[in-house]
Design a binder for this molecule. Structure first.
Ligand SMILES: NC(=O)c1ccc[n+]([C@@H]2O[C@H](COP(=O)([O-])OP(=O)(O)OC[C@H]3O[C@@H](n4cnc5c(N)ncnc54)[C@H](OP(=O)(O)O)[C@@H]3O)[C@@H](O)[C@H]2O)c1
Length: 307
């Protein structure tokens, strides 16, 4: 089974369904990645932060699918923003590959690399210890520099609001290829998506099922639409993103779900009508707006719906 491709502004193609690996335990992620690749996924979404890239690499090799046929994304964590090359080197060593297809700034805020914790440095008020000496311009220059030696094919961002993109874009030599965002029926980011697309940046949707334990599966409107078409609810939630021309990144460590999510997403994207999509677009505004991921950055990230 082949997934549709979306053209990036870097000239490369990205498979529109990617396989998520956050919260997949090291002892389960190799098998999950192997099953995913054998089921037809050709895009794996990783991050240094997830602490499982070594096992993701093992799963890739066990699948027998050639590296050249797989699109691998990773992300540089915020404590590495003043030493981005180090972050990339660790990721490449962990994955056991010479290059990643896409490398993202994980969040638009640098964290203190010499704070009280190597990953989540905190200050006394219970928020992250931000590294004010490292701004977005210098972090992005670090990303642009990576393109020169071929170890990264495309660069992009994640969790960037319009405000953060407006800060970055005038200073960027290379426009980010993607912006990976929390995006689902409870957080559809309708205005932000329009803005991001207008800049030639592809939107990737993370937590399409509502993240941990997939809470969106019990949503009433998604269920009604699923019943109408006699398809499972996850397919509706995933197909909704694809039908809107965005990349969707479902995560699972359960083989049957891994397989059905890919087939279901592709099928549902063909079956959902414009009316269904408009209904799903309006679920959040009917009083259900909610973000599932709220890390304590303690600075204004510029999102409308950040509490
Ligand atoms: N850039 C960022 O800051 C960022 C943040 C969050 C996520 N991401 C990326 O986006 C990916 C997806 O987001 P996510 O992991 O937050 O959540 P998600 O994909 O929305 O949901 C994952 C949850 O749904 C369950 N699930 C999956 N398919 C299912 C199905 N067909 N039926 C019932 N339950 C199902 C999974 O359970 P099982 O695994 O037990 O099957 C897991 O509990 C991540 O893995 C990561 O790669 C990026």
């Amino acid at each position: 089974m082949s997934t549709p491709l979306i053209k990036l502004n870097s000239g490369f193609d990205i498979p529109a369904v990617g396989f998520g690996t956050w919260q997949s335990k090291p002892n389960e992620v190799s098998n999950a990645v192997e099953v995913a690749l054998r089921s037809g996924y050709r895009h794996i979404d990783c991050a240094w932060l997830y602490g499982n890239e070594k096992e993701v690499g093992e799963g890739i090799r066990a699948s027998g699918v050639p590296r050249s046929e797989i699109f691998i994304t990773s992300k540089v964590w915020c404590t590495f923003f003043s030493k981005i090359q180090d972050g990339l080197d660790q990721t490449l060593a962990n994955l056991g590959t010479d290059y990643v297809d896409l490398y993202l700034l994980h969040w638009p805020v640098a964290l203190n690399p010499n704070g009280n914790h190597p990953v989540f440095p905190m200050n006394s008020t219970g928020t992250f210890d931000v590294d004010a000496s490292c701004d977005l311009e210098s972090s992005w220059k670090g990303m642009e520099a990576l393109l020169k030696d071929g170890k990264v094919k495309s660069i992009g961002v994640s969790n960037f609001s319009q405000k953060k993109l407006e800060e970055l874009l005038p200073k960027a030599e290379i426009v980010p290829a993607v912006n990976q965002l929390e995006l689902n029926i409870y957080n559809p980011e309708l205005k932000l998506v329009e803005y991001v697309k207008s800049k030639g940046i592809v939107v990737e949707a993370y937590s399409p099922l509502g993240s941990t334990n997939s809470p969106l599966l019990s949503d009433e409107i998604a269920t009604q639409i699923a019943n109408k078409h006699a398809i499972p609810v996850p397919d509706v939630l995933l197909g909704y993103i694809l039908a809107k021309g965005m990349v969707v990144l479902p995560k699972s460590v359960t083989p049957s779900r891994i397989e059905s999510n890919l087939k279901g997403a592709l099928g549902a994207s063909q079956v959902l009508t414009q009316e269904d999509i408009e209904k799903l677009d309006s679920v959040a505004a009917s009083g259900k707006q909610k973000r599932f991921l709220l890390p304590p950055f303690g600075v204004d990230l510029g999102f409308d719906n950040w509490p």
